[in-house]
Design a protein. Sequence first.
Length: 618
Amino acid sequence: MDSGTAPYESMSPSLLAAQPPTPRNKLEKPQSDWETIFSHLTARMGMMRAGRWSWWAYWSRLAEFFLPRRYHWVVVANRMHRGSPINDAIIDSTATLSIQICASGLWTGLTSPSRPWFKFEKAMEWLEIDSEGQEWMDDTTKKVETVLAQSNFYTSMAQARQDEVVFGTSPLIIYEDYEDVVRFYNPCAGEYYLAVGARLSVDTLYREFTLTVAQIVEQFTLEECPEQIQKLWNAAGASLENEFVVAHAIEPNFDLANRTDPRGKIKVVPGIFTYRELYWLKGIKTARPLSKRGFREKPFFVLTWSRVSNDPYGRSPGMDALGDQKQVQKETVRKAEFLEKGVRPSMGADASLKNEPASIMPGMITYMSTAGGEKKFFPLFEVNPGWMPHIMADIKDVSERIKRCFFEDVFMAISRMEGVQPRNELELTKRDLERLQSLGPMITADENELSTMILRVLAIMQRRRVRGPDGTMQPMLKPMPASLKGIPLKIGYTSIMRLAQRAAEAVAMKDCFATGGELSSAAKAAGVPDPLRTLNLDKAYKHYCEASNFPAGLFYTDGEVKQHDAIRAQAMQKAQAPDQAMAAVNAAKTLSQTSTGGGSALSALMGPQGGAPGAGGV
C-alpha cells in the first residue's frame, strides 16, 4: 500500500468483525523489490541496535531503580511474563514519588488540558493582522485544542513525561484516526531505535514490539497478512492469542539502489511523500510487508530532556539521581538491619543447650542451668542506638538530593517554601521565575517538538472532512483568509516559565497603573497637565491582559470597537440635541425681553421687518 492511508487508521472491533474467517486470496502475491527493501530495513535496524547498546544497558539500571514497568530488556514473543513481579530493588519510594511530582508538574505546566497552552500567532511583532485573520487563528486554535482533548493526547503525554524524566527520551507516534481524528502511541524504552539527520534532529524511528494474531489482523486486515497469520486466524481459538514480533520503521523517503539493475533505483513509496513507513514480521521471510505507506509530514516527535551533539537519545534527571538512588536504597536496607539487630539480635548459647528449646520472643521461656554464674544464653553483640540519628540524617540528606534532581523544589515551591515568606505578589513571582530558569532549555526543546506535533495535527485536520448540519461533507477548518496568505505564522506557548515571566510583567504593570492613578489625581488637584496623557490606555490595558494570560477571544476586534464608538457618539449627540434646542429658545426669549431703546435686542438682530441684519429697503 503506497498511499497516504492505512487500514489501522480505522482499526476497531468493527474492523475486526468485518474480517472473513478465511482469506479470499489464499496465495500471497510477491511484491516487487520487497527483498531489497527488507534487506535495507533489517540491516539498518541491526546497526541502530548496535549503536543503542550503551543506552540500552544504562536504561536497564534506570528501569531497575526508578521505572521498571516502562522498559523491555528484550522483545520476544510468547514470553508470558507480563504479570510476573517486576523487581525488588526499590525499597525507599522517595524517587518514585519525586518522579510523579516532576512528570505531573511538566504535564500540567506545559500541556495542561484545563487551560490554553498554545495558540497560532504572527511570527513577527510588527506585522499587522486584521480582525478576519485574528478570528481565523483563534478559531483554528480552538479546533486543534478540541481534537487533542477528544483524542488520547493528554493521557499519552502523561506517560511520555515519566519516560522523559527517567530515561531522557520519549517518542510519540501520531496517526490519523477514523474515530478521534488523531491518535498517539507511546513506544517504551527497549522497543525503539532512533537516528538523527544532518540538522541533528531525530528523523528516523525504528521499533520492534509484540502483537497477537487478533491484533495483527485488526490492525492490517486479513488480506494483507502473510500466510502464517492467515492460518492461525483460520484456526481461531487459542491461536488468536499467539504472539509475533512486529518490526516497524519510519524514515525519510529516499530511494534505494536496485541490486538487480545497478542503473536503476527503487522508490519505496511515491516521491510526493516526505516520510515513509513500513511494518513487517521480524525474522519471518514473507512475500510482502504488512503495510507500506507515505506521509507528507513527520508522523512522530521525540521529547528529550537534553541531548549532546548528534546523539539521538537524551540525558535525564534520572541519570543524575541514579547514584543517590542506589545509596538511599542500600542505606534503607542497612537501617532495617540495624533495627532488626537491636530488636531481634543474634544469640549465643552454651553447647549444653544444643537441641534444647530456646526463644527470644516475648512471653517465651528458655530453661538453662545458671550454676557457676556463667551466661549460657546471651546476644552476640549489642548495637549502639546512638548511630540511628546519624543514619536517619544521612538518608534524609540523600533523599533531598534526589528531590532536587527531579526538581521537586520547583514544582512544589509554595507548599514547601521555608524561611521568610514572600511579602507581596511581585516577590512571589520573582522567586518562581528564579526556580524555573533551570528548566528553560528543556522547555524550549520540548516546545520545538510539540510544534511538530501540532503542525501534523493541523495538516490532518486540513485534509479531513466532517458531515455538516445539511448532511454534506465539509472541511474541518475554515479557509485561510487572503489577509493571512504570505504572512509567516508561529505557534506560541504559555508554559509555566512563560507564565511566570508574564506574571512578573503583569505585577510590574499593575504597580505602574496604581502609581499613575495617584499621580493623575495629584495633577488634577494641582491644576497641572495629567501625566496619564502620555499613556495609550487601550494598548496598555490589552497588553496587561495578555501578560495576565487573559483569553484573547473575549476582546472585541478593532472594527467592532470602532463601530461601538460610532454608535455611542451618535447616542450622545441625540441626547444632547434637546438640551441644545432648549438653550436656543432660552437665548431667544432673553433677547426678546432685552430693550435697546428702539425695540428689543432680538428685533435689532433680525433687522427691519424680521429679516436678516442689514436687510431692508433703501
